[in-house]
Design a protein around this ligand. Structure first.
Ligand SMILES: C[S@@+](CC[C@H](N)C(=O)[O-])C[C@H]1O[C@@H](n2cnc3c(N)ncnc32)[C@H](O)[C@@H]1O
Length: 213
């Protein structure tokens, strides 16, 4: 029996019928990512953004995270791994309709991130800034919603954030919110009112310090 045969690609007939829920086998995920390997480990790979519009339980998201973390390990000095691994998380976005899949995708992303740091002896317990910032980035970037309508599970516009690097302060992030709708070609004017956040070290991003009072 091959590895693919052991994977659970369908959870139930009802879910296939209602939500088109058939998971892509691991080997195909890897083949598809090979097509964009330069964005996963080439120049500037850390900040190359990815969006999975039907994230399921996160098989693409986790494979992207794993490849980027492997590239961090290979190409960046160890002292910067915590910071750069957070910028990696900040670059990966997802939308998923179903609550259970969404929860699984978020949990598996966090587990993959923690595993990376544990393997390298970096403290990443629940009380560390590293853990909290990672959980916050995942919660903000991997949303439960409907890609077709652009709304989240509460019926509000899906809002993401760009996590821009401050060019003058290494490791500092400038959070810039945007709606998913604003990315679409037909959205000429973005009338949404966004919160403004003070620049901060990426490992403190969960503290959400506002700059608009
Ligand atoms: C075919 S599965 C694919 C999952 C994963 N992308 C993969 O390739 O293995 C489709 C997933 O998309 C989700 N989905 C279906 N319609 C959606 C929508 N309009 N917005 C967001 N997610 C949706 C389903 O709940 C399901 O988890």
């Amino acid at each position: 029996m091959t590895l693919v045969d052991e994977e659970l690609l369908v959870k139930s007939r009802e879910r296939v019928k209602s939500y088109g829920e058939v998971f892509t086998p691991r080997h195909m995920v890897e083949q598809m990512l090979d097509l964009v390997s330069d964005d996963l480990d080439g120049p500037g790979f850390v900040d190359k953004t990815f969006l999975e519009p039907a994230a399921g339980d996160g098989n693409f998201l986790i494979a992207i995270l794993r490849r980027k973390l492997a590239a961090v390990e290979k190409t960046i000095e160890p002292a910067l791994w915590p910071q750069e691994s957070l910028f990696v998380l900040a670059s990966i976005y997802g939308i998923e309709l179903l609550e259970d899949n969404h929860q699984d995708a978020q949990a598996l992303m966090l587990a993959e991130f923690i595993d990376f740091h544990q393997r390298h002896g970096v403290a990443c317990g629940p009380r560390t800034h590293l853990h909290r910032a990672a959980a916050f980035l995942i919660a903000t970037n991997i949303v439960r919603g409907n890609t077709l309508t652009g709304q989240d599970w509460r019926g509000e516009d899906i809002e993401f954030s760009w996590w821009n690097r401050d060019p003058d302060q290494p490791g500092v992030v400038r959070r810039e919110p945007f709606t998913f709708f604003s990315l679409r070609e037909e959205s000429m004017f973005d009338l949404a009112v966004y919160a403004m956040y003070a620049p901060c070290p990426i490992n403190q991003v969960h503290q959400e310090v506002r700059s608009d009072g």
